[in-house]
Design a protein around this ligand. Sequence first.
Ligand code: HEC
Ligand code: HEC
Length: 283
Amino acid sequence: MKFKQMTAIAALALALPTLSLADADDDKLVINGELEMVTKTAAPAHLDGALSEVISGWHFRDDDTQKMQMDDFDNAGMLGVEAAAEMWNAVDGSEGKSCASCHGEAESMKGVRAVYPKWNEAAGEVRTLEMQINDCRTTRMGAEELKYAGDEMTNMVGLISLQSRGMPVNVAIDGPAQATWEQGKELYYTRTGQLDLSCASCHEQNYGNMIRADHLSQGQINGFPAYRLKNAKLNGVHNRFKGCVRDTRAETYKEGSPEFIALELYVASRGNGLSVEGPSIRN
Ligand code: HEC
Ligand code: HEC
């Protein structure tokens, strides 16, 4: 424990942020030989110059991991997507309906991932995809909620994300979503835990550098859900946030908590302009 902490602090103290950009490789992400992804683009204006360019996490992974995402036959995240495609058509709940009963083919979800989290006018809240899926299940199907970060939910988010693959992330941060976005921004820059680190300490000031054995990315979420080689399944955004907060030795928030919803909106907006990549492959 003690040793790990010291390594983390030493890695950060020695880090040279000015070297960062040179470290993201120049490879191109083309999926199945035809779908070209935007993995680097000018940073959105709201970043006020904190980053000049936004870069997909794909660039920071090693060649083998990168390759697995370039062909759907090698992308193990597709197994989760297939499981969700079955669920899409399966009747569940007291109303005798499946997702398909109302939405038709899963392809009807094209464009949805790109704009989530999104303000829902009727509910008066910012909703993540997970929240929306559970709302359809409970209020429209009479079915049980899925566990927020459970496999069934994450796989369904994977199926829906896939329909937007290649489209630019474009979450709205103004209007009624602005207060939530501001809260997320505040969380992003707040230093916490024994290590006194914020998300920005690692993902804004030190991306491109090594921390222990890991090549630090910008912590973008355009690739989520992400199939991690570490646990061999699709992982949702809040699950990843939780791991990162724990790494700072801070108390973490729960998956689906208001804090993580706000943080997700903010982090998504930092990737506006990058292609939706989910399901991606990460270590
Ligand atoms: C009885 C009909 C019905 C069923 C069944 C249903 N939905 Fe929906 N769904 C809707 C309606 C209506 C909306 C638009 C609601 C709104 O905007 O608040 C919607 C919205 C959505 C959205 C947001 C789309 C957007 O553009 O923002 C997603 C995602 C979604 N549903 C997923 C699902 C999934 C996954 C299932 C199955 C688990 C499902 N729905 C089952 C009726 C249904
Ligand atoms: C101590 C450094 C550190 C801090 C602080 C930290 N992270 Fe991370 N994070 C990592 C490492 C290491 C990885 C794995 C390598 C990578 O993708 O950067 C990672 C990965 C991620 C990823 C996955 C990126 C991808 O493309 O797969 C996201 C998203 C993320 N972090 C978000 C956050 C958020 C939000 C915060 C603040 C709550 C945060 N991180 C705080 C070190 C950190």
